[in-house]
Design a protein around this ligand. Structure first.
Ligand SMILES: *Cc1c(COP(=O)(O)O)cnc(C)c1O
Length: 247
């Protein structure tokens, strides 16, 4: 496969993110880009590393496992952004530098137990469910205060912010409402003393709206790597209703 488009795409998305920042009256340095390499192989990720990228989002533990071996020389930080089964906590504790999909007490407990055994600690974001869609993962917003308080007991989990997936719809106002809710939750919890400045929100199709609502980190797959080689049913959890989110 020809991936010479990577350098072009990377320059292009950086430009578009900077444009969205300016349009929102924000400094482009406030928003970072997390490249999402899911479904693309180690060879493609290595090309991205050559462009200076060293942090990649994946939504399956298995893919982190498959790629981290061949890319061990690259010093990559793997960021888990997908739904995480509790029984996969062991591999995540070993291989990931960060988890953005922490969404329930049992997972926090499992990660802490495994991280303690590994003698490691990681950054985590709490994934909040801001859309009404039934099937999407994420902590219900009303449970966030108690959950954040409970995470204080785990010294292996450095809670740094919140993450969300917006509703899958063509209506920008509805999408934006999801992002706004996450920002307001963040602000409320900061006011309660939780040091959680980061907001991971926005993808290839909706990042300008997320940036307008205060995103500090957009997760970009398609706009960097191109269309994924597998149908989206391969990586979206079954029945998540997100089958065609990237177009
Ligand atoms: C795939 C994925 C992305 C990136 O999606 P694109 O539309 O390809 O940019 C972002 N966040 C999560 C959780 C994902 O699974």
């Amino acid at each position: 496969m020809d991936h010479s488009h990577l350098a072009h795409n990377w320059a292009d998305i950086r430009h578009r993110v900077a444009e969205a920042c300016r349009a929102a009256g924000r400094d482009p340095s406030e928003v970072s880009i997390l490249p999402v390499s899911k479904t693309f192989g180690a060879d493609v990720v290595r090309e991205a590393v050559a462009l200076g990228l060293h942090r990649f989002g994946e939504n399956k533990v298995q893919e982190i496992r498959d790629k981290s071996g061949p890319l061990a020389d690259c010093g990559i930080d793997w960021v888990m952004i997908g739904h995480l089964q509790t029984n996969k906590a062991k591999d995540v504790a070993r291989l990931a530098s960060e988890v953005q999909s922490l969404d329930r007490p049992e997972l926090a407990e499992a990660l802490h137990r495994r991280l303690t055994l590994e003698g490691r600690s990681i950054d985590v974001l709490v994934q909040v469910k801001t859309s009404r869609e039934d099937s999407k993962y994420g902590l219900p917003p009303d449970q966030l205060p108690a959950f954040l308080d409970s995470l204080r007991q785990y010294d292996t989990l450095r809670v740094r912010g919140l993450m969300t997936l917006a509703i899958h719809t063509d209506d920008p106002a509805e999408i934006r409402a999801c992002f706004r809710q996450l920002r307001e939750l963040r602000d409320a919890e900061m006011a309660r003393g939780h040091d959680i400045p980061r907001l991971s929100m926005g993808m290839s199709g909706d990042f300008p709206l997320a940036i307008a609502e205060g995103s500090t980190e957009v997760r970009i797959g398609t706009a960097i790597f191109g269309r994924r080689p597998y149908p989206d049913s391969y990586y979206w959890p079954e029945g998540s209703g997100q089958g065609d989110i990237s177009g």
